[in-house]
Design a binder for this molecule. Structure first.
Ligand code: NAD
Length: 415
């Protein structure tokens, strides 16, 4: 099944919001495109002495509300259009949680699983050497995304500071705590997702204690969703999957033990007392909460009718196509859209930037409490809009976010 161009999908979602908001044509057209795109070629010396050429990107989608902010993805399928789409969604994400930031995204087309640690370090440093003039706390602040890690952020920050000859920890977020990372960043995306799941359940009058959850994608976001969903909401994990397939037990799977097993073996397959399940089957399970936490376009018009969860909390970016959205809405599946559901990560990244700027660091409790306030407030703004306009949560989130970005563009006199 061929995938829709993700950037076309992002533009299609914006077009629907622009129509509803009756945006002026120039504002609409301005918001359909990234303000700045950087394409770089990265020669990297490999461990065997050969040189490989990688293609890298940085897209600053919109900076009307503040400096661009967004992760760096290292993936074999990375293209400029994936980066553009993710940068657009970052713009709507920082706006929906009301951070004084714009949206950006970057990446390198590569397979990190085939790179050694030293090759990754040289690739990270090569990337910064080519984009350093376009990033800074006042321009654009990268962060981790799929297959990039706090260690990679540390190398990147070091390269930037070496070039500048000064400390600039706020130039990149998602760093290890010992060199300026924030407490609570590691699980922030999932924690934020769990907070909005809690609010959604309250709005829908569902008591989550003892109810079931399934998780597609057992990486950073998925693993923490499993443990925090269980600890904070009392949800029972019944299925989880990764790129190699999944495991299922209707009586429940211990999330902590599954995380340890994946760390030790690199797979979920063979976890005791579970049956194998495919990624497709996992999405169609009759669970209370589904966490899509892998990649884009896993729920499409081909399977949307078979999705039976009550709440789909999209930790992944772009897991659901616009056609599938309509089907889920008709079928009363309550979708917490990606750029609201997974905004906890950028929110704590923003806290990290603030702490770096002040050179003063907060305790974990303070981070959790501030994150909860931001996520809860954002959820209720979007939910109120969806009720008022009788539209699905994604469209409502777009209306809330685009309104703010459009206003900032107008106030600056750009459009
Ligand atoms: P990760 O690299 O830690 O994990 C990705 C997981 O998805 C891995 O377990 C991988 O095996 C699995 N996967 C890959 N292809 C799959 C497939 N076809 N089917 C099922 N599983 C598959 O990445 P992450 O940081 O957890 O990010 C996951 C998603 O969450 C991405 O869409 C990312 O953009 C989004 N996200 C992450 C953060 C964050 O802070 N980590 C923030 C916002 C959004």
């Amino acid at each position: 099944m061929s995938k829709v161009n993700p950037f076309s999908m992002a533009q299609q979602q914006l077009d629907a919001a622009a129509e509803k908001l009756e945006l002026e044509p120039a504002v609409h057209e301005f918001l359909r495109w990234p303000m700045k795109e950087i394409k770089v070629i990265l020669p990297v010396r490999m461990d065997d002495g050969s040189t490989r050429i990688f293609h890298g990107y940085r897209v600053q989608y919109n900076t009307a509300r503040g400096p661009a902010k967004g992760g760096l993805r290292w993936h074999p399928d990375e293209t400029i259009d994936t980066v553009r789409a993710l940068a657009a969604w970052m713009t709507w994400k920082t706006s929906v949680v009301d951070l004084p930031l714009g949206g950006g995204k970057g990446g390198v087309t590569c397979n990190p699983k085939e790179l050694s640690e030293t090759e990754k370090e040289r690739l990270a440093r090569a990337y910064i050497r080519t984009v350093w003039q376009n990033i800074s706390v006042t321009q654009d602040v990268p962060a981790p995304d799929v297959y990039t890690t706090p260690q990679i952020m540390a190398w990147m920050m070091d390269e930037y500071e070496t070039i500048r000859g000064q400390h600039h920890p706020g130039v990149i977020t998602g760093k290890p705590i010992s060199i300026g990372g924030s407490a609570g960043r590691g699980d922030a995306t999932s924690r934020g997702g769990v907070y909005v799941t809690r609010e959604a359940a309250k709005a829908l009058n569902i008591n989550l204690e003892g109810k079931t959850m399934a998780i597609q994608g057992f990486g950073n976001a998925g693993q923490y969703a499993a443990t925090l969903g269980n600890q904070i909401l009392g949800l029972k994990l019944v299925a989880a999957s990764d790129s190699k397939g999944g495991v299922y037990n209707e009586n429940g799977i211990d999330p902590e033990a599954l995380v340890k097993y994946k760390q030790q073996t690199g797979t979920l397959q063979g976890f005791p007392e579970t049956d194998s399940i495919t990624n497709e089957e996992l999405l169609e399970l009759e669970v209370t909460v589904l966490y899509p936490a892998a990649l884009e376009q896993v729920i499409t018009e081909h399977n949307a009718d078979k999705i039976k969860c009550k709440i789909s909390c999209e930790l992944a970016n772009g897991p659901c196509t616009p056609e599938a959205d309509d089907i889920l809405y008709q079928n009363n599946v309550f979708v917490i859209p990606d750029f609201l559901a997974n905004a906890g990560g950028v929110t704590v990244s923003y806290f990290e930037q603030v702490q770096n700027t002040y050179n003063y660091y907060w305790e974990l409790d303070e981070i959790y409490q501030k994150l909860d306030v931001k996520m809860t407030h954002a959820f209720h703004n979007v939910y109120a809009m969806s009720k008022q306009e009788k539209i699905n949560m994604r469209q409502a989130a777009y209306l809330v976010s685009v309104t703010k970005v459009a206003e900032a563009c107008r106030l600056r006199g750009w459009v």
